[in-house]
Every structure is written in structure tokens, then in C-alpha cells.
Ligand binder design. Structure first.
Ligand code: FE
Length: 200
């Protein structure tokens, strides 16, 4: 998998540096509470972003035609729900089944499908995850509390700047009578990276 043309391996842009300098200055003067900034970032990382992906997954669970379109062309299917744009132009959905568990990593940096998952968690960007997810995915999954039976295949997908992945987790048993919205509540960010599973 070619892994070149990484826009985010370039030095920080002027804008990024200016924002950082401004934040530092305002924090030093006591005008900005770093915890408040963290709360905004956390909202984007854990609430706003992945809810988009969860809506995609819930629709795929309840609408077989949409699921097929998602597996055929994830970028187009997500755009149907209004989720498209930067870092999501080339999106591929990979389906977890009884026989296969998918897990996504970016071994070189932190390529991630922003329109459906928001910003990547810090561990996704860590050297430990980026290296170990490829070398020993089952051990990494165990540390996330996910035990994959030996007879189930684990597929590791290496994201690139050109192609990013969304895991379509398995729909939990006993959810036949749940609405699409209720199903979406079961879909965690980690279940769409593959380091978690959807649970009732
Ligand atoms: Fe990357």
C-alpha cells in the first residue's frame, strides 16, 4: 500500500502555530481554561464525530440496500447521509462477520476518516498502537478488552492519506426490535476502528 503524499507529516501550518501561540498566551494570562479547551476537543473527538459513523452503521444494520452501497462505495454511501469532505474522500467500509474481525491502523501516522469518526484518539496516533496493531493485533485487541477466538480471522487495514477505513461492526444479538436511533447508541467509536465491538 503506497503511503506517500502525507499532508499531515508536513510541519505545522502558520495557522496551527498561530492558534497554539494564542492559546498559550491566553492560558498564561488566565483568560482561557485549558480544561475548557480540552472539553471542546473531547466533544469533537468522542461525541460529535463518531455519532456520524454510528448513524451510518445503524442504517447499514437496518437497510440491506444501504449496507450494500456502503460496502460498494463507502464515500458515496456516507455522503447520502451528509457525511463527506476532507479526509473522507476515499473511504472503504470493512464488515465484521462471524468469521472475520477487522481492525484499522495507520502505521505511518494517523490517517483517519474524519467525516464519520471525527478526530483520532491519542492512542491511535501512538507509536505503540501503530506498530503493535500490525505485529500482534490479537494481543492489542485483548488490551482493549476484545477477545477474538483463534478460529476467527483478524484483518488489519493500514490507512493511508488516499484510503481510509470504517469498520462495520456486527449487530449485537437481541436487537431486532430496536429503532435505528437506538441501534446507533450501541455503536462506539472503537467498534468502528475495530478495537471494540458493539454491545447491547
Ligand atoms: Fe497516515
Amino acid at each position: 500500500m503506497p503511503h506517500d503524499s502525507h499532508d499531515h507529516t508536513d510541519p505545522p501550518s502558520d495557522l496551527t502555530l498561530r492558534v497554539k501561540a494564542l492559546e498559550t498566551a491566553l492560558t498564561r494570562k488566565g483568560y482561557v481554561d485549558p480544561a475548557a479547551v480540552d472539553a471542546v476537543v473531547d466533544t469533537f473527538e468522542t461525541k460529535v464525530g463518531p455519532r456520524n459513523g454510528a448513524a451510518v452503521v445503524a442504517k447499514a444494520w437496518t437497510d440491506p440496500d444501504f449496507k450494500q452501497r456502503l460496502l460498494d462505495d463507502a464515500s458515496a454511501a456516507c455522503a447520502e447521509l451528509g457525511f463527506s469532505g476532507q479526509q473522507g474522500e476515499q473511504l472503504k467500509a470493512v464488515e465484521n462477520t462471524d468469521d472475520v474481525h477487522n481492525i484499522v491502523v495507520c502505521t505511518l501516522c494517523s490517517c483517519y476518516p474524519w467525516p464519520v469518526l471525527g478526530l483520532p484518539p491519542s492512542w491511535y496516533k501512538s507509536h505503540a498502537y501503530r506498530s503493535r496493531a500490525v505485529i500482534e493485533p490479537r494481543a492489542v485487541l485483548e488490551e482493549f478488552g476484545v477477545s477474538i477466538p483463534e478460529d476467527k480471522e483478524v484483518r488489519v487495514w493500514d490507512s493511508t492519506a488516499e484510503l481510509r477505513y470504517l469498520v462495520l461492526p456486527e449487530r449485537p444479538d437481541g436487537t431486532d426490535d430496536l429503532s435505528e436511533d437506538a441501534l446507533a447508541e450501541l455503536v462506539t467509536r472503537d467498534s468502528m476502528i475495530g478495537t471494540g465491538v458493539a454491545k447491547k
